[in-house]
Design a protein around this ligand. Structure first.
Ligand SMILES: [Zn+2]
Length: 62
């Protein structure tokens, strides 16, 4: 009997994995920087485990 050495797990939502510490991220931390008046805020997404920056974006929220 052949045993296939993997299993398939069905998930509704896929947890992203930090590329640095390879932990599954159920949440990411964000930090906003900037005045946010005309230019919008810079939003920094970072890993809650190792604090490495995962990405940056812009938020137009005041
Ligand atoms: Zn990490």
């Amino acid at each position: 009997m052949n045993k296939i050495d993997f299993k398939v797990t069905t998930k509704e939502d896929i947890a992203p994995i930090c590329p640095f510490c390879e932990k599954e991220l159920e949440e990411v931390y964000i930090k906003t920087k900037g005045l946010g008046l005309l230019t919008g805020k810079n939003v920094v997404y970072f890993c809650p485990y190792c604090s490495k920056v995962l990405g940056v974006g812009q938020s137009r929220m005041a």
